[in-house]
Design a protein around this ligand. Structure first.
Ligand SMILES: [Zn+2]
Length: 54
């Protein structure tokens, strides 16, 4: 389950596994699922994070 939070003053969804923030809940859920199952981040997903996309 992703956490709804704020990042840089914007509503964000956080992956509870790696702590990356996303504007879309769908992406946060995909990230969390991947992180949990693979034990690492999927760069295809994390590059869409608010940390990476600015
Ligand atoms: Zn993650």
């Amino acid at each position: 389950m992703t956490t709804t939070t704020e990042y840089d003053g914007e509503k964000a969804y956080m992956c509870e596994e790696c702590g990356m923030h996303y504007r879309k809940e769908e992406l946060a859920e995909r990230c969390e699922k991947y992180c949990r199952e693979e034990g690492m981040c999927n760069s295809e997903i994390t590059r869409k994070s608010m940390e990476r996309s600015g």
